[in-house]
Write a protein that binds this ligand. Structure first.
Ligand code: NCD
Length: 330
């Protein structure tokens, strides 16, 4: 079955319902717990391939274009590595504003339609929230994967790899208590992670941010209505002791005027002292990266710090599984 015959047009991102083939991956709202479990089982199976103990050619002959209208390190490289490890062919377009026909005024719609005619899959990151749906609507033949949709949209593959990391480190995704800190207004990874954690029962999240950059009210109300317990706090003294994880994030400097950024940046910095005071011996410290001063380097080697360890590796496993499933090869 070719991907062309699988993709159909939908006003909203289509639910996965255990079947990923040919579907756009735009939002965590497409997922249920069963679909996440399927993805994670495949991600576990991708490990030996990613770690080069086994090899695979399941995506041989498949081409994926990966277009980054915004800077990226981990998402870009892990998608590329994931495609390569499965024998596929990634085509990376960085700085399209500089090096593609966007420079000549081409619309996103036309750029996407062109790639739709060339490749098997499109991975896209864009600074304007809503661009991913626009791209998915424009791509009539091939699936589009959201690699970051502005500040107020989502970053579902990051959310999935964060869930995978937590599940494999803590052994479960329900009855967890965690702290999510930093830029909850313009950070997109937290929007996907909270949606994901809301799928499981008994989860409580302490949302730590300066008042100016707390979660948008519509998101707070929407997520709370799903049954997840969200508790907003604005000082580190209110962090409950010994939670299952801390998920720290960067204040999105590029999405604020300079003066506003200066007033809100790095209000909550993780150092060994803060960890020792409020985290427990088993609290996992996560961060989607990049870190811009909100976690001190002295913390990197602490055994609780997973952002350069399990979390960053998970990105490859989960993206390999996702590519294989969406391209209908596993
Ligand atoms: C994040 C992003 O781009 O949203 N990075 C990532 O993909 N892991 C976080 C950030 O830029 O702060």
């Amino acid at each position: 079955m070719s991907i062309e015959s699988l993709k159909s047009s939908h006003p909203e991102p289509e639910k996965i319902n255990g079947n990923f083939a040919g579907k756009d991956i735009l939002s965590m709202d497409q997922f249920d717990t069963k679909s996440i479990e399927i993805l994670f089982e495949h991600a576990d199976r991708m490990k030996p391939i990613a770690d080069n103990a086994e090899s695979s050619e399941i995506l041989k002959g498949k081409q994926a274009v990966m277009i980054y209208y915004e800077a990226s390190t981990r998402t870009r490289v892990s998608f590329q590595v994931a495609m390569n490890q499965l024998g596929g062919d990634p085509i990376i377009i960085e700085n399209p504003q500089q090096f593609s026909s966007a420079v000549k005024g081409e619309s996103l719609r036309h750029t996407i339609k062109t790639h739709d005619a060339y490749v098997d899959l499109i991975v896209l990151r864009h600074p304007v929230t809503g661009s991913l749906q626009e791209a998915a609507d424009a791509a009539k033949k091939v699936p589009v994967i959201n690699a970051g949709d502005g500040g107020q949209g989502e970053h579902p593959t990051q959310g999935l790899l964060d869930l995978y990391t937590i599940s494999r480190l803590s052994g479960r995704l329900e009855n967890l208590t965690g702290v999510i800190a930093g830029d909850l207004l313009m950070g997109r990874t937290v929007k996907s992670l909270i949606r994901g954690l809301a799928l499981y029962p008994g989860n409580t999240l302490y949302l730590l941010s300066p008042d100016e950059i707390r979660l948008p009210r519509k998101d707070f109300d929407d997520f709370s209505s799903r049954g997840i317990k969200l508790i907003e706090i604005n000082k580190t003294e209110d962090i409950p002791p010994d939670t299952d994880f801390w998920y720290w994030t960067r204040v999105q400097e590029e999405r604020y005027p300079t003066e506003e950024y200066k007033a809100i940046k790095n209000k909550f910095i993780v150092d060994i002292n803060l960890l020792d005071k409020y985290a427990g011996p088993n609290t996992k410290l996560l961060h989607p990266m990049p870190i811009n001063g909100e976690i001190l380097e002295e913390v990197d080697d602490d055994p609780r710090a997973e952002y350069l360890e399990a979390q960053v590796r998970s990105g490859v496993y989960v993206r390999m599984a996702l590519l294989g499933l969406v391209l209908d090869k596993i």
